[in-house]
Design a protein around this ligand. Structure first.
Ligand code: COA
Length: 261
């Protein structure tokens, strides 16, 4: 996979069909200023154009995933500027959420505010035992502005989301896992290997089925049950007649490994 990006604060690399996107601003604990938000968006555009079948997103250095939106930058903003910043964060998180392949957050350290929200927009979250997560905005006199008030309750339930947001609590990886905020916790030096394994496994799955499953699950958050079931029926039926459907079922019947597209 051919993957290049001309950016100072975000690095991309590929391994097979997996793209790795690294927020690379360690002197600011990978906080997302406007430039870095734009570079992240460009990185996901590049991964999509290259046909990535899975993406890993993580932070450079040993202590932070993403320490949040850039507080220095926000401290000077007026309401119109804050609105534009919120829109930029929303656009990026929507892009991640709608990326046509699974995106895994490798939460290698601090994930506060906008960093937690970036992780929330991913399909899966794997945390290092050193990770600390939180929607800490209230203690800055604001509220989450990149999707936290909407995605956190969907993921962890209303009560836990209210507690995390109201108290601005910083939770360690074990508590995050108990809340359902991350899917699993691994030893710090095993994080990259575990996430790479998950991504490589997903990249071998039938691409169209995985994308359809992601879109249908996303739809469950945006529609009533009848609409969601109608979406699922159309999605299910639409995969019949595809190469991967015929191949997957033939391989089962012939007791062999499938060769997906
Ligand atoms: N925005 C801008 N700069 C940030 C930042 C952020 N969200 N988080 C950390 N930084 C900067 C610090 O200002 C510091 O810069 P300096 O070296 O010029 O002083 C540098 O990153 C290192 O951070 P520091 O606080 O010295 O590291 P620490 O290990 O003592 O603490 C944290 C790390 C993450 C606990 C602490 O930085 C923190 O609480 N950050 C804010 C988290 C937050 O509320 N994020 C939500 C924003 S919406």
């Amino acid at each position: 996979m051919d993957l290049t990006l001309d950016a100072e604060t975000v690095a991309v690399e590929s391994s097979g069909d997996v793209a790795r996107v690294v927020v690379d601003r360690p002197d600011r604990l990978n906080a997302l200023n406007v430039e870095t938000l734009g570079a992240l968006s460009d990185a996901f555009d590049a991964a999509e154009a290259a046909g990535a079948r899975a993406v890993v997103v993580t932070g450079a250095g040993d202590s932070a995933f993403v320490a949040g939106a850039d507080i220095e930058h926000m401290s000077e903003m007026d309401p119109p500027e804050a609105l534009a910043y919120a829109e930029a964060g929303h656009d990026l998180c929507r892009q991640v959420e709608r990326f046509p392949a699974p995106v895994i957050a490798a939460v290698n350290g601090y994930a506060f505010g906008g960093g937690c929200e970036l992780a929330l927009a991913c399909d899966l979250r794997v945390a290092s035992e050193r990770a600390v997560l939180g929607q800490t905005e209230v203690d800055l006199g604001i509220v989450p502005g990149w999707g936290g008030t909407q995605r956190l309750p969907r993921l962890v339930g209303d009560e836990v989301a209210r507690r995390l947001i109201f108290f601005g609590e910083r939770v360690d990886a074990t508590d995050a896992s108990e809340h359902g905020l991350v899917g699993e916790v691994v030893a710090h030096d095993e994080l990259d290997g575990r996430v790479d394994d998950l991504a490589a496994t997903l990249a071998e799955k039938p691409r169209h089925a995985i994308r359809a499953a992601k879109d249908a699950i996303n739809a469950s958050h945006e529609s009533d049950l009848d609409s969601g079931l109608a979406y699922e029926r159309r999605t299910f039926a639409g995969l019949f007649g595809t190469h991967d459907q015929r191949e997957g079922m033939a391989a089962f019947q012939e007791d062999r490994d499938p060769a997906f597209e």
